[in-house]
Write a protein that binds this ligand. Structure first.
Ligand SMILES: Nc1nc2c(ncn2[C@@H]2O[C@H](COP(=O)(O)OP(=O)(O)OP(=O)(O)O)[C@@H](O)[C@H]2O)c(=O)[nH]1
Ligand SMILES: [Mg+2]
Length: 318
């Protein structure tokens, strides 16, 4: 491949053909907001939508990356190919040596069947989700049956991956009281499946009861609860079964609607973040702003007058 192509259409063609170097290059393009990324995304988009996309999130240290490894093995055991995006600087998949170990662990025809990619989570306008979704789309277009996305989410509304994927799994280890409180308070988005990780640790019985209480028993709304242990190698098959059954309940229309709503929110958030950044740059570069702020400090101008002036300057009207 001539130094890999610079043409977005040719790169898209290679991605769709499953060329691994092209997949890696394409993900870099969307991650780095390469000038030709838009044309690349447009060219692959007709091929996106076949993969089952599963988000795996949870607080730091909950056992996400370990669980991800177990899920990759489980999905391979069932004969499916799998692409992984880990938005996690500390992911074992981000380090070459560990990557090698993980791939060997999979014990399969890994070259073609498994693709790992880790992405940084900092420095993006509009948060991590835009680049992550596009990286997952690249893997989808490349023909992987399953795409797994690992993100760190400590609670509140930062399980931002939730409605951008088909099914979201939240990993919680025994003693994750903060997350239970967040669920109870209704400030954490309810996932489809909760994986109670590290069930070999003490305190699991108490935590299970706490979690069940917080999640409720409404069969329509309550997530599936599956216990896993990497130490004993337990729970991966049950976890994947729960993912599949949630996916089946949602159906194709449910998944499409969920993803459309998530994308709409991401697009709006991205546009708003970029507009905010542009406004900030305009304000920083505008000498009239310094004058107005001085006036505010000296008491010549009131805050509303300063805000109006800044608005007008940003809009180019003053
Ligand atoms: N006892 C026990 N330890 C586990 C289990 N799963 C993971 N761990 C350990 O828990 C720690 C965190 O595991 P990770 O898989 O790196 O967790 P993570 O959620 O990806 O962590 P971050 O990426 O740092 O947020 C590691 O020391 C693992 O060895 C388990 O089932 N049982
Ligand atoms: Mg991790």
């Amino acid at each position: 491949m001539a130094a890999l192509t610079r043409e977005p259409e040719e790169l898209a063609r290679l991605v769709v053909a499953g060329d691994r170097r092209a997949i890696a290059r394409a993900i870099s393009w969307v991650e780095d907001e390469h000038p030709a990324a838009a044309a690349l995304v447009a060219a692959i988009w007709p091929h996106v939508g076949r993969a089952m996309v599963v988000g795996l999130t949870g607080p730091p240290g909950a056992g996400k990356s370990t669980l991800l490894g177990a899920l990759v093995r489980e999905v391979r055991r069932r004969g499916c190919t799998v692409g992984v995006v880990a938005v996690d600087p500390s992911s074992p998949f981000s380090q070459g040596a560990v990557l090698g170990d993980r791939v060997r662990l999979v014990e399969h025809d890994t070259d073609a069947a498994v693709f790992f990619r880790s992405m940084g989570s900092r420095g993006r306008l509009g948060g991590i989700a835009e680049g992550t979704v596009l990286a997952a789309a690249v893997l989808d277009a490349a023909g992987f049956d399953v795409v797994l996305i690992e993100t760190v989410g400590a609670g509140q509304s930062d399980i931002r991956i939730a409605d951008l994927v088909d099914v979201v799994v939240l990993a919680l280890q025994p003693g994750s009281g903060d997350s239970v409180q967040a669920i109870k308070a209704g400030v954490m988005e309810i996932p489809d499946v909760v994986a109670l990780t590290k069930r070999d640790l003490p305190g699991v019985d108490h935590f299970r009861s706490e979690l069940r209480l917080a999640l409720g028993t409404d069969p329509e709304r309550a997530p599936a609860l599956v216990e896993t242990s990497a130490v004993n190698g337990e729970g991966s098959a049950e976890l994947w079964d729960a993912v599949l059954s949630k996916r089946a309940v949602l159906g194709d229309d449910g998944v499409r609607a969920r993803r459309a709503a998530g994308l709409e929110r991401e697009i709006v958030a991205g546009v708003a973040a970029r507009a905010g950044a542009r406004a900030q740059q305009a304000i920083d570069a505008d000498p009239a702003v310094g004058v107005a702020i001085t006036g505010l400090r000296a008491g010549h101008l009131d805050p509303l007058a300063v805000a109006r002036l800044l608005d007008a300057r940003v809009r180019g009207e003053a």
